[in-house]
Design a binder for this molecule. Structure first.
Ligand code: NAD
Length: 313
């Protein structure tokens, strides 16, 4: 029979594309429940879904930050039966920590960390009873490696990686699979929203040097990296489909081979010095050439590393 897949954050970006890709599966193997906070934002998804809308794809409202909304949404699913839960909803946060209020930081954790925990708590008990299910979490390379000026976002993704790494062990006993997807940069509204937020920022509390390092050193190289290395939401949707269709899905799934050397640095030097120094050099010494430097790093690393990513093709 069809597998019921519930996805969070489907009004845009990666979530929208995963929903549409699964709904358009040639063998119609999926019944997709595409959820979003505000159904008024459904047009882009409905248009992309084409004639799968109402057939293999349906919509439900869901705000991952609300206990009530999560409970109601899952209760609206037939028999509360979900085979595959894809936790995709997430928000970014960029800038000097001095300028960010604790309230704003909590909002990021509320969505990226507690949002996922809330979904898992609601869906897992039924999966446990059935001794089957697959939970997928849209993490990030930044769930594995800290990135300058992304301090809080990175922390929220690390928190989720830690939570899931712990959960995976007991879930295995119940025959429930857990997979993290770790994309590098992806061209979505995520990027646009962050750049808009940055343009509005006034940096209260941050000194002039910090603001300069952020605006004139970090931002240009970050934009450069996005342009040179960014994947598309389609790429990530194809990787996700591969993960859920694998007979033995892996726990971690990096999608961009340019980032495997970065992650490898961390495991190559347990003191952490190699990672911190490399990032320092990338930012302050190679800034404008950062993506070229990263490509060289990739070429210098053995090909066995490259095979460790999940490729969209
Ligand atoms: P996006 O902004 O297009 O999509 C995020 C979606 O989450 C939006 O539709 C938004 O409305 C939704 N959302 C936010 N708060 C929500 C809430 N409380 N309840 C329900 N939905 C909510 O950006 P995207 O790039 O498609 O991001 C999707 C996921 O991918 C996020 O978890 C993000 O952290 C992760 N990711 C993105 C990138 C990237 O470069 N774009 C890289 C790695 C990981």
């Amino acid at each position: 029979g069809q597998k019921v897949v519930l996805i969070t954050g489907c009004s845009s970006g990666i979530g929208l594309r995963i929903a549409v890709t699964l709904a358009k599966d040639e063998k119609k193997r999926y019944h997709v429940i595409a959820t979003m906070r505000d159904l008024k934002k459904k047009d882009k998804l409905v248009e992309a879904a084409g004639d799968t809308y109402g057939k293999t794809l349906m919509l439900l409202p869901l705000d991952v930050c609300s206990d009530e909304s999560v409970k109601q949404c899952i209760n609206n699913v037939k028999d509360r039966h979900i085979d595959i839960l894809i936790n995709n909803a997430g928000v970014g946060l960029l800038g000097p920590v001095e300028s960010i209020s604790i309230e704003e930081m909590k909002r990021v954790f509320e969505t990226n960390f507690f949002g996922v925990v809330r979904m898992i708590k609601e869906v897992m008990p039924d999966m446990k009873k059935r001794r089957s299910g697959h939970i997928v979490v849209m993490s990030s390379v930044m769930g594995l490696q800290g990135v300058v000026f992304n301090d809080v976002y990175t922390a929220s993704k690390f928190a989720m990686e830690g939570f899931c790494e712990s959960m995976a062990v007991q879930l295995m006993k119940f025959n429930i699979r857990l997979s993290m997807i770790e994309p590098g940069p992806v061209h979505t509204e995520f990027e646009t929203k962050m750049m808009e937020d940055v343009a509005k920022m006034e940096y209260p509390g941050a000194d002039a040097d910090t603001v300069r390092y952020f605006k004139d050193v970090y931002l240009p190289s970050s934009i450069d990296i996005f342009e040179a290395m960014g994947q598309t939401p389609e790429d990530i949707a194809k990787c996700t489909k591969k993960v859920i269709e694998s007979s033995s899905p892996r726990f971690r799934n990096l999608t961009n081979s340019l980032y495997t050397p970065i992650v490898a640095l961390k495991y190559a030097d347990e003191t952490g010095g190699l990672s911190v120094n490399t990032f320092y050099n990338l930012l302050f010494n190679f800034g404008p050439l950062m993506h070229i430097t990263m490509s060289i790093l990739k070429c210098l690393t053995c090909s066995c590393l490259r095979r460790r990513t999940i490729s969209p093709n």
